[in-house]
Design a protein around this ligand. Structure first.
Ligand code: HEM
Length: 272
């Protein structure tokens, strides 16, 4: 028997709004992540395939190529090129229809996604700690925590899948998607902030300004918080709560779209 709700919005209406807000955000994110993949292939992919490694440094801030450091250059190449694969894999895992239609494909792409995600975290940590590639200590700490969360969440998603605890698996897989997307979120957050404020307010060149600090840690903590809000609203029977969460996700989608525009127009577009 269902308990009568005192909410001014019927739960079914709230649930529909919440689902569509989630779809809207995912479409915006998918466009942005496909642009990220396009940038990686057009910038790093082309330069690597043609042996033009020194031109990895054509962009400001990041010097991936260091003359004479063969091991570091190989790890950097593997890290950035597999970034395109892990991003595509994450997107594919999230789309429900193929997951239901081809569960075997989902399992194999899921295994590949988790293995590459683990490699991304370990190679990224190596680049930061051993090679010393980072802009500021704060940004290095933030990304190392991001890497640690990738390892923990990927491990839990995998374990729950093996034990056939699919609801738990779904939750940890979505959390893994969010932290694996942390690097992408950071770029979208930085550019969204710059576009909204029409300039780098609270930012410095070594990413240690107050806005930089909030965005570097926020690049995975804010999406994780939104995911938890979404899940709690999904499970709640309160239509108003669902509708308010849907409205929040629409606002987040607008900010994400602004950031996606910023990355394409100013961060990646000019270099491909
Ligand atoms: C799994 C998701 C990840 C993706 C998709 C990813 C992607 C990338 C990309 C595309 C670059 C090239 C930079 C650019 O041109 O914009 C890069 C560089 C780098 N990444 Fe990652 N990465 C991931 C995870 C990590 C983690 C977890 C760490 C650290 C623990 C890390 C550390 C680094 C470092 C140190 C560099 C060198 C350049 C810099 O200073 O940013 N990455 N990554």
């Amino acid at each position: 028997m269902s308990i009568p709700s005192s909410s001014p919005i019927p739960a079914s209406v709230g649930a529909t709004a919440l689902r569509w807000a989630g779809v809207l955000w995912f479409i915006v994110a998918a466009v942005g992540q496909i642009a990220f993949i396009g940038f990686i292939l057009a910038f790093y992919g082309v330069r690597t395939a043609t042996g033009d490694f020194a031109r990895w440094n054509d962009k400001p801030l990041i010097d991936g190529y260091i003359k004479g450091d063969d091991a570091g250059n190989i790890v950097f190449a593997a890290h950035v090129l597999l970034a395109s694969v892990v991003t595509l894999g994450g997107l594919m895992q999230m789309i429900p229809a193929p997951r239901r239609k081809w569960p075997r494909l989902h399992r194999w792409t899921g295994r590949a996604f988790l293995v590459i995600a683990i490699f991304m975290a370990l190679s990224g940590a190596w680049l930061a700690v051993v090679r010393g590639t980072y802009l500021s200590v704060i940004s290095a700490v933030a990304i190392l925590i991001n890497g640690l969360l990738i390892l923990i969440f990927a491990g839990l998603a995998w374990r729950h899948a093996i034990k056939r605890r699919f609801e738990q698996h779904r939750r940890w897989a979505m959390r893994t998607f969010m932290v694996v997307s942390g690097v992408w979120f950071l770029r979208v957050g930085l550019m969204g902030w710059i576009v909204v404020n029409q300039g780098p307010v609270g930012m410095t060149n070594d990413m240690s300004g107050p806005a930089d600090v909030v965005l570097t840690f926020g690049s995975y903590l804010i999406p994780l918080a939104f995911l938890e809000l979404y899940g709690a609203a999904e499970r709640s029977g309160d239509g108003l709560r669902k509708a308010l969460t849907a409205a929040l996700i629409v606002v987040a989608s607008a900010f994400t779209a602004t950031g996606v525009f910023g990355t394409i127009a100013f961060m990646w577009g000019p270099y491909v």
